[in-house]
Design a protein around this ligand. Structure first.
Ligand code: CUA
Length: 355
């Protein structure tokens, strides 16, 4: 933390990327500030050194030496390439969530943040996460564009009404940090704030053990029946809709012979706008659920479809980048912390009981 008259200029660095982001930012400020200062000093110096004397002197054209031209071409080129490489390095680190990340779902609305955990906990304007473990937030908005911002983690992403986006962070110190909305979204935009509570793994485990209405996936399964999805998606190959088991994260062949990946946004679109992508071999008979299924319910349905994917994965887990089981439970993944791994495992165990 930088102090100037006891006024903190920067929020605490509390995530794995915070130091890199700050270094890049301060490096750019130092470089651009330094160059501006240099230019200003040179202008000042030249204006005095080469002022007109005598009064009636006429300007002469002077050719710049080749070496000077080379220098002011090559040196800035190298500097710009350096900025690009440093920026790309930080960007990839910030954008790409580790495979073993803990999933959390966020919904923005005027004017609050709602968070849902795979284990079923729901929170408003507060988010509990374990320390030293990557957390991936999948988020959508119920109304206008918001932006979820964790200043102490140096991550921020727009939250859109039309599709899912994700951001991730790994908190490095337990504590309580600000959550802000960073996109003007109406009258109470400035009040769309909250706290993220970074907890020690044992405290987090205790918090998770608190009351819930069952895992997100099991709540999703209830909705799957409530909306009668199961009358067509029967879970075998006799239904009017495709069998959803094992579909998550896999390529799907469509009626126009193109292929789509069954990711979060595909499943979301298939529920809200089923005619957009028709799976090959099926008729476009599914009605839209736009306006019937809320964002919270979409997340539950998504978690349910995901859990079907996990369940259908054969025992010697194949490459499945977003599967809970392979990511958290794999023995060759020592990075996963035992308590958190227990959490995800228990989730999949619950999910494993689904037909
Ligand atoms: Cu939500 Cu500003």
């Amino acid at each position: 933390m930088m102090l100037l008259f006891d006024f903190p200029l920067f929020p605490e660095q509390a995530s794995t990327v915070a130091r890199d982001v700050d270094a890049l930012y301060l490096g750019l400020v130092a470089l651009t500030g330094g160059v501006s200062l240099l230019i200003w000093l040179v202008i000042f110096y030249f204006a005095i050194r080469y002022r007109r004397r005598p009064e009636n002197e006429l300007a002469q054209e002077e050719e710049a030496p080749k070496s000077l031209e080379m220098a002011w071409t090559i040196i800035p080129t190298l500097i710009f390439i350096g900025i690009f490489l440093a920026g790309a390095y930080v960007y990839f680190h910030v954008m790409r969530a580790p495979d073993n990340a803990l999933d959390v779902y966020a919904t923005g609305r005027q004017w609050m943040w709602k968070f849902q955990h795979p284990t079923g906990q729901r929170e408003i304007n507060t988010l509990h996460v374990p320390v030293n473990r990557p957390v991936r937030i999948t988020m959508a908005s119920e109304d206008v564009i918001h932006s979820l911002w964790f200043p102490a983690f140096r991550v921020k992403a727009d939250v859109l009404p039309s599709r899912y986006r994700t951001l991730w962070f790994q908190a490095t110190k337990p504590g309580r940090y600000h959550i802000f909305c960073a996109e003007y979204c109406g009258t109470l935009h400035s009040g769309m704030i909250g706290w993220v509570e970074v907890m020690e793994p044992t405290d987090y485990q205790r918090w998770l053990a608190g009351g819930t209405e069952g895992s997100l996936a099991s709540q999703g399964e209830k909705l799957f029946q409530k909306y009668a999805c199961n009358t067509c998606h029967t879970g075998d190959n006799t239904g009017r809709g495709p069998n959803l088991a094992g579909v998550y994260g896999k390529p799907v062949l469509l009626s126009d012979n193109t292929t789509a990946t069954a990711d979060d946004n595909y499943i979301r679109e298939s529920i809200l706008n089923p005619q957009a992508k028709i799976v090959q071999g099926f008729a476009p008979v599914m009605p839209t659920f736009q306006g019937q299924v809320s964002e919270d319910e979409l997340i539950k349905l998504l978690a349910y479809v995901k859990s079907l994917g996990v369940q259908a994965t054969p025992a010697p887990a194949v490459e499945s980048p977003r599967s809970f089981v392979t990511a958290a439970g794999s023995p060759n993944n020592p990075g996963a912390q035992p308590p958190a791994a227990t959490t995800t495992t228990s989730t999949t165990t619950q999910n494993g009981t689904h037909p």
